[in-house]
Design a protein around this ligand. Structure first.
Ligand SMILES: C[S@@+](CC[C@H](N)C(=O)[O-])C[C@H]1O[C@@H](n2cnc3c(N)ncnc32)[C@H](O)[C@@H]1O
Length: 193
């Protein structure tokens, strides 16, 4: 095999690995793109994250949100991630000097995750996944929980704060567009727009 052929094959394999890393999880709800540090900061500030809270990052990627939540805000953080290479990176980061008493990673599917212990949920997912997640949030979150999303809003909810420059949306559950009628049944105001 010539050097040129070897380089060609190595290049192709490299492109394949990068494409796998970035896009393989699309089918589950989103590809990979880390949230930039200043956006993470804005998300966690808006969510009023503090040391008594447990934050769930649904689709933890390589840990941008989880590690900031635990290190900077002293919160407990649970990162749920479906893609095994990223789970390996997350566990290596945690093992290598991470805040092990406050962080836990779950290799699994966000749509099968028990969110009842969350006070704050962070998401950076594609719109279809957000829509699929919404009824799960509505079923499992306790009153006063915050959901903070980067890039895509939760269409049927009303954000308490929207930062269009950084594309950050903060919601507080129960959502402002929800109301309770005389029988105690929760009713939904149809979303506008
Ligand atoms: C856009 S990245 C965001 C990563 C991280 N939250 C951050 O802000 O830096 C979305 C992540 O969600 C993961 N993901 C997508 N669908 C998922 C699912 N159904 N269950 C668990 N993780 C999922 C992807 O593998 C990817 O790492």
């Amino acid at each position: 095999m010539t050097l040129a052929t070897t380089l060609y094959i190595v290049g192709l394999l490299g492109v394949g690995v990068v494409a796998y890393f970035l896009y393989a999880s699309f089918a589950f709800g989103a590809g990979y793109q880390p949230t930039p540090p200043r956006v993470v900061r804005r998300m966690l500030d808006l969510a009023e994250l503090h040391s008594g809270d447990t934050l769930f990052d649904l689709g933890a990627g390589t840990g941008a949100i989880v590690f900031a939540a635990a290190r900077t805000y002293g919160a407990k953080a649970v990162g749920v991630e479906v893609e095994p290479l990223r789970v390996l990176i997350l566990r290596l980061r945690l093992w290598w000097g991470g805040p092990r008493d406050r962080v836990r990673f779950v290799w699994g599917n966000i749509f099968e995750t028990d969110l009842r212990t969350a006070q704050v949920v962070a998401v950076f997912l594609w719109p279809g996944a957000m829509e699929r997640l919404r009824p799960i949030l509505e079923r499992e979150l306790s009153p006063g929980s915050r959901v903070v999303s980067h890039w895509h809003p939760i269409l049927a909810w009303t954000p308490e704060v929207a930062d269009p420059a950084l594309k950050v949306y903060l919601y507080r559950w129960p959502d402002a567009a929800q109301s309770t009628d005389d029988t105690g049944t929760r009713t939904r105001t149809p979303p506008t727009g």
